[in-house]
Ligand binder design. Structure first.
Ligand SMILES: [Fe+2]
Ligand SMILES: [Fe+2]
Length: 197
């Protein structure tokens, strides 16, 4: 237990040092996401430090151009499908997850997956994955920019699944109205949570 705590503290410090080299607006988003994720961790009885580590790491690769995301993802053997090839920004979570796991040595699978799947979600998410997913979507500034998200924020303290469903409903509807592609993992997440109800 002492070693686990030690490892997470060290990892947290390492990731914090990486975050301060990112563009300022991205740093601010990451910090707001981290604060909300810790709070949600406390509310839902999940280790706040693990939620905070996932949130702190989730957008480490978000500043990279699409071409860089593709190059680096290929180097790391991240599987690419047509959705990622059309929209390489989708790779920023998977790439940051590989950095966290392979380069920083994080062996906390739930934290790594919270980074990997934070954009689309996935069926069978653990509490940490759900918390990082929601915290990223409704941190204070995003809430201020899009008041519709209040419906998601209202539910996040009570029921994480309901909150995710509310977010996916808004997001998928908006993508469809814009005639844009919906990532299959987002749809699978929706179907999974609806069938679970
Ligand atoms: Fe992201
Ligand atoms: Fe984010």
């Amino acid at each position: 237990m002492i070693n686990v705590t030690h490892q997470i503290d060290e990892l947290y410090d390492q990731v914090e040092r990486m975050v301060v080299s990112l563009p300022l607006s991205l740093q601010e988003h990451i910090n707001r996401t981290r604060d909300l994720a810790s709070r949600l961790g406390e509310i839902h009885g999940v280790d706040g430090k693990r939620c905070a580590l996932g949130a702190l790491s989730h957008d480490l690769a978000r500043h990279l151009e699409g071409s860089q995301l593709l190059i680096q993802s290929k180097e790391k053997n991240i599987p690419l499908n047509s959705y990622e090839l059309d929209s390489p920004v989708l790779l920023h979570g998977p790439l940051a997850a590989v950095w966290l796991e392979s380069e920083l040595g994080c062996d906390d699978e739930e934290v790594v997956n919270s980074v990997r799947y934070h954009t689309t979600g996935r069926p069978c998410m653990t509490h940490i994955e759900k918390i990082v997913f929601i915290a990223d979507k409704v941190e204070a500034e995003k809430l201020a920019e899009n008041p519709e998200l209040i419906l998601v924020a209202d539910k996040m303290e009570v029921d994480l699944d309901e909150s995710i469903l509310e977010y996916l409903k808004l997001r998928v509807k908006s993508l469809m109205q814009q005639k844009r592609v919906v990532h299959p993992l987002a749809l699978e997440t929706w179907n999974y949570l609806i069938q679970k109800e």
